[in-house]
Design a protein around this ligand. Structure first.
Ligand SMILES: NCc1[nH]cc(CCC(=O)O)c1CC(=O)O
Length: 319
């Protein structure tokens, strides 16, 4: 227990703002259960909401403003006092938060990788030339084309069930999804292959859940902090610092993945041209306590190696 923790009596009621997709509800329920275990006398309620990101399904996210789309409405509920906390996939949380908000807990990450899903093929290596791979993630697209230039990548949006339905209807030969989301929904058997991180380096924060609340509510921050995992927190901090320095714009394919190895933090990062024609990649190791600085240092190194020009072109050229 920290001093801050013991300064507040345990909560009697907490409201969680959540999106209403099956994955978001699973994640909110998961946090609800964790909170109820920690605070047995507390009533924990869910407040379901629809975000712009859930409504706009006909265009790639990068074209409609990207990340913030999934968190804005939830933040509005926090500001209005309708909810005390919001549960997010850390991957969907913008790299820079408004100063009114805090992220008091990042939960332990279980599964960071991307998954290959197909009804006919066992892996990316099995796909014949011209096969159509569905993904709207520029990061997945760039990495797939760079390594499998004979494949065709085609846009795929919607929640997990919708994406699987589009695959099953035959619109794609294979699709790529986050393994974490599939497993959380009990759809792990759809995974034909987990993509090695060398093939598809994950997005910053992928597979980790984060909890957001108002920065000024010290009591809420202290109640949520014990749910956090220190190693995941450090790893995700490094990944997000890397992405932040590279601009964090959704027009730029950015991948970042950190692990703890031999007591140190090991961060790998990539920034790419959307068509995979250029990829700048690198890695860095150092103390967990310096997570953010490691992310910033690696990003700056890639910028100096030439990524700066790529980032400027992609960010400036937005339609
Ligand atoms: N882009 C939406 C999104 N945000 C988080 C996840 C998966 C769960 C996670 O990363 O924690 C997904 C689905 C996907 O990318 O396939």
């Amino acid at each position: 227990m920290t001093e801050e923790n013991s300064a507040f009596p345990p909560p009697s009621r907490l409201v969680i703002a959540t999106r209403e997709s099956r994955l978001a509800l699973w994640q909110a329920q998961f946090v609800k259960a964790r909170l109820e275990a920690l605070y047995p006398a507390c009533r924990v309620e869910l407040l379901g909401m629809t975000t712009r990101g859930d409504r706009i399904l006909d265009r790639p996210l990068a074209k409609v403003g990207g990340k913030g789309l999934f968190v804005k409405e939830l933040e509005t509920a926090l500001l209005a006092g309708e909810a005390d906390l919001a549960v997010h996939s850390m991957k969907d949380v913008p790299m820079v938060l408004d100063e009114a908000f805090a992220l008091p807990a990042t939960l332990a990450r279980e599964e960071p990788a991307d998954a290959f899903v197909s009804n006919r093929y066992a892996s990316l290596d099995d796909l014949p030339p011209g096969a159509v791979v569905g993904t709207s993630s520029l990061r997945r697209q760039a990495q797939v084309i760079a390594q499998y230039p004979y494949l065709a990548v085609s846009p795929l949006r919607g929640n997990l069930d919708t994406r699987l339905r589009k695959l099953d209807e035959g619109q794609f030969d294979a699709i790529i999804l986050a393994a974490a989301g599939l497993r959380r929904l009990g759809l792990g058997e759809r995974i034909r292959a987990v993509l090695p991180v060398e093939v598809s380096l994950p997005a910053a924060g992928q597979g980790a859940l984060g909890i957001e609340c108002l920065a000024e509510r010290a009591e809420v921050r202290s109640w949520l902090a014990p749910l956090g995992d220190p190693f995941t927190t450090a790893c995700v901090a490094a990944e997000r610092a890397f992405a932040r320095v590279l601009g964090g714009s959704c027009e730029v394919p950015i991948a970042a993945y950190a692990v703890r190895e031999s007591g140190e933090l090991w961060l790998r990062g990539r920034v790419a041209e959307p068509d995979g024609s250029r990829i700048y990649g690198g890695e860095i190791r150092g103390p967990l306590a310096e997570a953010s600085r490691l992310g910033e240092t690696l990003a700056q190194r890639l910028l100096d190696e030439g990524a700066a020009e790529l980032v400027a072109t992609l960010s400036g050229g937005a339609a």
